[in-house]
Structures are given as structure tokens and as C-alpha cells.
Design a protein around this ligand. Structure first.
Ligand SMILES: Nc1ncnc2c1ncn2[C@@H]1O[C@H](COP(=O)(O)OP(=O)(O)OP(=O)(O)O)[C@@H](O)[C@H]1O
Ligand SMILES: [Mg+2]
Length: 304
């Protein structure tokens, strides 16, 4: 059986009466570039929002396997005795009553699979719409990513302990390396809002990489880019994969998708309609009808 870093099984998400997607299953192989494509509203971003803990699933499993031998269902809330004890203390009698009720017990005493939990597991992402800290410097935006794995706590920061100061200088140096990796070394002191659009997308990637992920999710990284910026992005995605980070991306730019993907998964109206190599997907009649469209005939007979 092919190993997978991410295995989504029968995943369903409903928003009230709206079914974002239903019974979707797929795998992402480690060390590869996998693309998720489909028409607007197909459910692609919602898949990412579930994988990164922004939304709770309606049904299904998300198995994440960062180490190669120990998959965890990261979509399943975790019972944490300390958290449960804290909730009981704070809510006193109400907590005891809630303990007896299955739904309340799950809501109150189980830790949700939150975005910070997913970050610690080794999953990072960028967003469809830029979520940079515009007033912070370029370097500080990357430092935010590195702080996700920092050991010094708030007390260390207030007291300016040696541990805090040492860690801060390490974080500053590491942030510079991530900026160099995405080609923004010379922009460290600029405000993030001063960057050109393509540079802002690269800064988001640097911030995500700074959390030291095993799996990087990119939601439409090429949207709004000119051809030169897109080519730079293709090179950066390949460099990221070569550095050992598995890449899973959503993209509407079919040239980029077909050029860099090892596998392509196609969603349409919340259902998976294809999953294969770029060549297989490009030739799939259902994908052509739902999303890609027929190529313009090029031979003389059809042009007549
Ligand atoms: N928070 C939400 N509340 C209610 N409905 C939502 C929410 N988020 C997404 N949806 C619905 O889920 C469906 C899938 O949306 P999603 O954003 O995942 O599509 P998408 O494939 O990413 O589209 P696009 O290519 O336009 O970004 C849509 O019908 C959308 O309206
Ligand atoms: Mg989307």
C-alpha cells in the first residue's frame, strides 16, 4: 500500500442545509505535490479549513502521518483530563451536570482540533485572501510563524529572562533564513503592506514554512499573479518540496497545476469526480465537462 502523509476518509461538511462536500476520500503522498482543483464553490477551501482545524467536520476522518508510521485522526477531538478538570472547576456545578450529557460532555471536556493544534502536528497553510499583518515588518511576519514553536513563555517575556533573549535572537536569525528561502532577504525591514502582490504571497509562504511543517497547504497561491510571478512561484513550490515539505495546493491556474503536480484531485459540487496524474485528469471526460472545458480544435479540418 502506498504510504500517505494525509488520508481523508469519507469526509463530509454541512453548513446547516448547505452541503459543502460529502463523502470525500483521497490521499496525499509524502514528498509529492498534490493539487485540489474544481469550479468555484466546489468545496476546496472548506477541505483546507477542516484539515487545518478552522471548521469542525460533520463526518469522516482526517488521518495525518507526519512521522511515517503513526497516523493520527487529527479531526477527532481529544479528551484531556487537565482541560476537563479546569472546565469543571470554572463551571462548578454546571460542569458536573454537563458531564452526564454526551453532547455537552464532548463540547466542554474534549479539546477541539484547533488551528494551533494542527500547526503543532506539522500542518501549515496560506489563505485564499492574504492574511498578513500589514503593519508589521516583513521580518516580524515571519517571526510570528517561528513563535508557534517557541519555548519561552509570557513570564519569560515580561521578565526578559536570558532564555527569552536567547530564543528571540535565534528566532530573528531563523526568520532571516526563511526570507532568503523565498527570495525576500532584502525586504526584511519593509512593512508587509509595502510589498508587491507576488512578494506578499511569498511572504505568506515564508511565514507558513517558519512553523516547520511537514505538510504545506497553499490556497490559490498564484491568484492575481503575472506570468513572471507565477514562474517564480512554481520554482519556489518545487524548492519547498525538495526541502522535504509535502505540498498540497488549490489552484485555478491549470498551466501551473499540470506543470508541477504529481497528482490532481478534482472536486465538483462537493463530490470527488477524479483523482490521478495530470495526464489522466486532463483526459477525464467528466472533468472536461465540469471544469476544464474542451480545448479549442487546432487542426485545419475543424477550423473550417
Ligand atoms: N462558513 C461558511 N458558512 C456557510 N457556507 C459556507 C461557509 N464556507 C463555505 N461555505 C459554502 O460551502 C461551499 C464551498 O465553498 P468553498 O469556499 O469551499 O468553495 P471553493 O471550492 O473554495 O470555491 P472558490 O474556488 O471560489 O474559492 C459553498 O457553497 C460556500 O458557500
Ligand atoms: Mg476557495
Amino acid at each position: 500500500m502506498t504510504s500517505s502523509i494525509l488520508r481523508v476518509e469519507n469526509l463530509t461538511k454541512r453548513f446547516g442545509g448547505v452541503v459543502a462536500f460529502e463523502d470525500v476520500s483521497f490521499k496525499v503522498a509524502p514528498g509529492e505535490i498534490t493539487s485540489l482543483i474544481g469550479p468555484n464553490g466546489a468545496g476546496k477551501t472548506t477541505v483546507f479549513n477542516l484539515i487545518t482545524g478552522l471548521y469542525d467536520k460533520t463526518a469522516g476522518c482526517i488521518w495525518f502521518n507526519a512521522t511515517g508510521d503513526d497516523p493520527t485522526d487529527v479531526s477527532e477531538p481529544v479528551f484531556d483530563p487537565l482541560h476537563a478538570a479546569m472546565v469543571s472547576l470554572v463551571s462548578a456545578g454546571v460542569g458536573l451536570i454537563a458531564l452526564a450529557h454526551p453532547t455537552a460532555r464532548r463540547r466542554l471536556y474534549y479539546l477541539r482540533c484547533t488551528p494551533d493544534f494542527m500547526t503543532c502536528q506539522g500542518i501549515a497553510r496560506t489563505f485564499q485572501n492574504s492574511r498578513l499583518f500589514n503593519d508589521l515588518s516583513v521580518l516580524d511576519n515571519v517571526k510570528v510563524g517561528l513563535h508557534a514553536r517557541a519555548n519561552a513563555n509570557a513570564v519569560d517575556a515580561i521578565l526578559q529572562t536570558l532564555r527569552h533573549r536567547r530564543e528571540e535572537s535565534e528566532i530573528e536569525a531563523a526568520a532571516g533564513k526563511y526570507l532568503a528561502f523565498v527570495g525576500l532577504a532584502g525586504r526584511a525591514t519593509n512593512a508587509a503592506s509595502d510589498l508587491a502582490y507576488g512578494e506578499q504571497r511569498r511572504l505568506e509562504i515564508a511565514r507558513a514554512l517558519a512553523t516547520q511543517p511537514k505538510l504545506l497547504l497553499l490556497d490559490e497561491p498564484a491568484a492575481g499573479m503575472n506570468p513572471t510571478e507565477t514562474n517564480d512561484l512554481i520554482a519556489l513550490i518545487r524548492k519547498t518540496r525538495d526541502a522535504g515539505v509535502t505540498v498540497f495546493l488549490i489552484e485555478h491556474d491549470m498551466k501551473l497545476v499540470m506543470e508541477i503536480s504529481d497528482r490532481v484531485i478534482v472536486l465538483n459540487h462537493g463530490r470527488k469526480i477524479a483523482d490521478g496524474t495530470p495526464e489522466e485528469v486532463r483526459a477525464n471526460p467528466e472533468v472536461i465537462a465540469a471544469y476544464l472545458g474542451e480545448e479549442t480544435p487546432r487542426d485545419g479540418k475543424d477550423d473550417a
